[in-house]
Design a protein around this ligand. Structure first.
Ligand code: HEM
Length: 130
């Protein structure tokens, strides 16, 4: 079973000796990672004991970073305190531009202007060139 924690418990781990962080309703013990975090220990210490989903997502962490964080996961937030989760970059509607499957959304983005252009041309021809 996954260990569950309350926000109050997470809050207690807010100093260099023990740093827990909440991201997407999961609890991470990043104490051993402080020295290794490419973004520096300061930012992690700043978020110690807190809910850091938004700051974590704002940085635009890579999929490598997301894999890495699994190692530090120690549990989840108790159901009663969970928040509606923020979308992860890896979720379907948050595809990164480099993602192969995002090509259909870029396709959609030019179909509309092209279609409007064709309709405008047809209307113009119909009314002004006959
Ligand atoms: C277990 C949690 C975390 C892991 C495993 C992690 C991992 C990483 C990794 C691997 C990078 C290098 C760039 C990349 O691959 O995306 C990075 C950069 C960074 N991280 Fe984290 N991170 C974590 C939590 C956080 C949190 C909570 C913050 C909050 C502010 C943060 C702020 C940053 C910043 C500012 C950078 C530098 C970005 C840059 O220089 O472009 N990280 N992190």
């Amino acid at each position: 079973m996954v260990q569950e924690y309350t926000t109050a418990q997470v809050k207690e781990h807010n100093s260099k000796g023990s740093v827990w962080i909440l991201i997407h309703n999961d609890v991470y013990d990043v104490t051993p990672f402080l020295n290794e975090h490419p973004g520096g220990e300061e930012v992690l210490l700043e978020q110690a004991g807190k809910e850091a989903t938004e700051t974590f997502e704002d940085v635009g962490h890579s999929s490598d970073a997301r894999e890495m964080m699994e190692k530090f996961k120690i549990g989840t937030l108790v159901a009663a305190e969970r928040k509606a989760d923020l979308p992860k970059k890896s979720d379907a509607d948050w595809k990164e531009p480099s993602d192969a499957s995002s090509s259909d959304s870029s396709l959609k983005s030019w179909i509309l202007p092209v279609a409007l252009g064709l309709i405008a041309t047809a209307v113009y021809r119909l009314y002004f060139m006959s």
